[in-house]
Structures are given as structure tokens and as C-alpha cells.
Design a protein around this ligand. Structure first.
Ligand code: BMA
Length: 311
């Protein structure tokens, strides 16, 4: 791999999904930061779809090729009548990430309310019916993503506790049942990442390789005091002790550069919540651009490993 070439190639027909692709009566104007999984041979996107009143919904879109996604007629039905769910999601729900585990799919999303942000878990066997399993963190935690298998007999997840302004590192926690979490360890600190001094957080489901867990993450830096720039990075975590970072690319693997990444609801944002690894090693990274549209970038497991070691 070239020492200077791109690590991720943008899909030339970006964006791949916009608010205009949703049913005309849906009121959806933006779609971004959506989780994606390849499941039983088809691609499923759990969209973060937003209307003009800033009401966010999780809305499934289907694809047979990974490039063209068609939103369903209606969003995922959430347990809005449940008083506990309603209290802690009163602000918005966002940034869903999907993991397949033991034949079921789990979706972790952020939930914002007057209590700030926490993580919520849904389960599905068919992407038609979703069962809400509960909140799985206290407040001030987001970017939760489950590992695709247990580690040393426990479920594992990465997340980003946020103990203060302008602060946020990547942590790993473990659980016997996906509901109760503990044994938390810090994985990577924002101050270690040269281009992301404000905060970092896990992006996509960790990708298992013989050398370790490949983890794509986002990193944020603050420009001119108030302008945030969101980029993507990659690191390799130990298979058995994922709080140990084996390698990390010094460079960002994707930074806002194209107009659709620079201009939108929030300027200068690339933010990923889903990647698909194909049988030939290609990695499709789905990402929200400028908090407005969904885009695609492609790379490979090999290129990401190389980037971890040499970039
Ligand atoms: C973060 C999250 C993301 C969003 C980003 C940029 O804090 O809320 O959903 O893309 O800000 O606005």
C-alpha cells in the first residue's frame, strides 16, 4: 500500500441515501449516522432519519447490492407508551448500530433526554419486529456498539462515556446478559490521537481478524474554539483483552473533504455507525456526511491493517 494514497475510497455516486428518498408523506429531510449490516445475503440499514421538527426515527432501508437502499413505508415502532422508555428518549434517539450475535440482531442506539444521553438496546430476529430490552448505561454515554461474539465468556461492548465538556474516550465493558455491564476499562484516550483532541468514540462493529479486532472510530477536534471537525480513524485491539491497543494509524482514514461532507446541517462531519465486510475482504464503510446524508467509502481489511501499522 502506498504511504500516501487514500486509505478509504469514496463511492463516486455519493450520497447513497438522502431525505428525498423517503416516502413523500414521511416528512423526513435528513438521513445520517445509520447502522448497516449484511444479514442473510441482503443489506439492512437502520437509518437515523430526521424530520424538519428534528424528530429522529430509526427507519429500516433495504438493499440487495449495498449501494442502493430503499426505505420502508414506516419507521421502526418504538415502545413510546412505556413510561421508562418515554422518559429517557424525550429528546431524540440516534446513531443506531447493529450487531449479529448468536443468530439474533441487536441494535444499540443513543437516547437523549433531560437526563442527557444514554444507551438503549433493541433485539430483532427478522428486522420486522423489534423488542426493546432496556437501557444499558447510565447517563452521559453514547456510541455504544456490541462486539459480534463473546470475549472470555462475556458479551462485550465499546462505548464513549463522556465525563465532562470537551472530553470523551473509548472504553470497553462486559456483560453476562447484555443488560448489566461492568469490568470497564479505558481503551483509547482522545489526547493520544493527534487529530482528535476533543473527543473520540467507537464507530462500527469491531471486525475480527486473526491479528486482532479492527476498530473504526471517530475523532473530533475543535477548530477556532467552536467548530467541530469529525474524522474517522482505525486501530487494532487485542482479541482477548480489547482494552489493549496493538496498533493505531496515526493518520485519520477519512476526513471531511467533499462538499457533501463539508456543507450541511453540521459542517465538516464524517461519522460512521456501520461497516460491512465482504467475503473478498472488501470493507464498505457507511457514513453520515454533515449530519445530512448517507455516504459510502470502500477499503479492505488488508488496507486497514496496513494503515494501523504503517500510517
Ligand atoms: C455527535 C453525535 C453525532 C453527530 C455529531 C456531529 O455528538 O451527536 O450524531 O453526527 O455529534 O453533530
Amino acid at each position: 500500500m502506498s504511504l500516501h494514497g487514500p486509505i478509504v475510497d469514496r463511492y463516486p455516486n455519493n450520497p447513497i441515501l438522502t431525505g428525498a428518498d423517503f416516502p413523500p408523506d414521511s416528512g423526513i429531510v435528513r438521513v445520517f449516522n445509520s447502522g448497516v449490516i449484511k444479514w442473510r445475503g441482503r443489506y439492512i440499514m437502520a437509518c437515523r432519519a430526521e424530520d424538519q421538527a428534528l424528530v429522529g426515527r430509526i427507519w429500516i432501508a433495504d438493499s440487495t447490492d449495498g449501494y442502493h437502499f430503499v426505505p420502508r413505508p414506516a419507521p421502526v415502532a418504538m415502545p413510546e407508551d412505556d413510561p421508562e422508555y418515554a422518559e429517557y428518549t424525550a429528546g431524540m434517539i440516534y446513531d443506531p448500530r447493529i450487531t449479529e450475535l448468536d443468530g439474533r440482531c441487536y441494535l444499540v442506539h443513543a437516547a437523549h433526554s433531560a437526563h442527557t444521553c444514554r444507551l438503549s438496546l433493541l433485539e430483532t430476529e427478522d428486522f420486522e419486529q423489534f423488542k426493546w430490552l432496556g437501557f444499558i448505561s447510565e447517563t452521559d454515554n453514547r456510541n455504544g456498539v456490541l462486539f459480534p461474539e463473546k470475549i472470555k465468556g462475556l458479551y462485550a461492548r465499546l462505548d464513549r462515556p463522556n465525563p465532562g465538556e470537551e472530553f470523551g474516550d473509548i472504553w470497553v465493558s462486559y456483560s453476562p446478559d447484555l443488560i448489566f455491564w461492568g469490568r470497564s476499562r479505558c481503551v483509547l484516550r482522545n489526547c493520544q490521537v493527534r487529530w482528535a483532541w476533543s473527543k473520540i468514540g467507537p464507530a462500527t462493529v469491531p471486525i475480527k481478524t486473526p491479528e486482532g479486532w479492527l476498530v473504526i472510530f471517530h475523532g473530533v477536534r475543535t477548530q477556532c474554539k467552536s467548530h467541530y471537525v469529525y474524522q474517522l480513524g482505525v486501530c487494532l485491539l487485542d482479541l482477548e483483552e480489547p482494552h489493549r491497543v496493538l496498533y493505531r494509524a496515526e493518520e485519520a482514514i477519512l476526513e471531511p473533504r467533499e462538499l457533501y461532507e463539508l456543507v450541511g446541517q453540521t459542517p465538516s462531519v464524517v461519522f460512521s455507525a456501520g461497516a460491512v465486510v465482504e467475503d473478498n475482504g472488501e470493507v464498505k464503510i457507511y457514513y453520515g456526511a454533515a449530519d445530512t446524508v448517507m455516504c459510502l467509502g470502500t477499503t479492505s481489511v488488508e488496507r486497514l491493517l496496513e494503515a494501523c501499522k504503517h500510517r
